[in-house]
Ligand binder design. Sequence first.
Ligand code: FMN
Length: 378
Amino acid sequence: MRFCPRLSFVSRKTIVSATPIAPISQQFRPLRIGNVEIGFPVVQAALSGYSDWPMRMLARRHGASYALCEVMLDHFLVNLKDRKRTSHFLHLSGEDHPVGGQLMGAEPEQFSAGAMKLVEAGFDVIDINFGCPVRKVLGRCRGGFHLSQPIVALEIVRRTRDSVPPNVPVTVKMRRGIDDTNESRDRFFEILDGAFAAGVAAITVHGRTVEQRYIGPSRWEFLREVKQHVGEKTILGSGDLFTPADCLRMIRETGIDGVTVARGAIGNPWIFSQTRSLAETGELPAPATIYEQRAVILEHYQLAESLYGLDKVGPQMRKFGIKYAVLHPQYEEVREDFAKARTFDDWNGVLMRWYAKEGPGVYSDGRAHKAQGSLECG
Ligand SMILES: Cc1cc2nc3c(=O)[nH]c(=O)nc-3n(C[C@H](O)[C@H](O)[C@H](O)COP(=O)(O)O)c2cc1C
């Protein structure tokens, strides 16, 4: 069964499936990562520059059962002092659990120390990044570079697993290889199998190669192959999840245990509640109205201000405003207005101009995010 991924706003409840869908419990197994119970298997991905505490809080308040923090360098963590300028990276709160902290680096020894910093800060799961395709990162032998060197990659996994307390699961994020060669594929499976043998609790696979960056689609057939290969072990999928229907379709088509929503959740925390509703009822709730959007944008602003302070909140929020604009029927104009906002007054002006009158919103179909693709870290 397929859902229409690009529904336009029709009514409060839009029926997208003619055939009734079996109850959620029968279709989507609750996700578990090691001993950490997650629940509904649609979670917030790690997003450098985005998945900070305010974004994670909104994702959770809209139903994301698990969220990952943006990636951090191992030596950054090791040298991190309790300074105001950087303390926001490790900021967690009671509502923000279970939460994954993600590490990236070059040297196996440094990973253990970095991982312990994350454990001390209160992260429930430690995730290792073997996916980042950014040129500078690869040049420093970090991120996706490790997919070309299984021996070092597995040494990193083993050392991290050994240093982290046994009750804290360690997981890995990988792309499907460096490139499309057979050699790259063999290395992918060597790292995958070796990492599970070393005790990792789950592996997230982004179905693009490092060389591919964000050009072309994520290969979902590869995810199915990976899941068949590992059997009962836990695999999460990533790549091209822009609508609730995409999230459910990836699980159904590949048999994986859960999905991590990345670009599709920036400026759209409703993707989590809408996906739950779609799974439970077969119906997609109407898109967030203008007032609902305004309330969430303000909530986001307040959370960000409480974390970053008055001076830094503006630039931090501008990039989110641009993404929230996608859900507004006058996307282009609203986007442009958010892009110019610098101060709180500018920001307020945008809300007054575009969000002062109630009306229907629109669904995001991912178009605005697909253009993004050069600086991303997984
Ligand atoms: C802005 C941005 C930042 C990202 N940062 C991270 C990161 O810190 N760690 C990570 O594992 N993946 C990161 N990724 C990769 C995403 O988690 C995800 O795997 C990828 O975007 C594919 O999913 P999508 O096509 O649904 O966006 C990032 C992606 C983007 C767009």
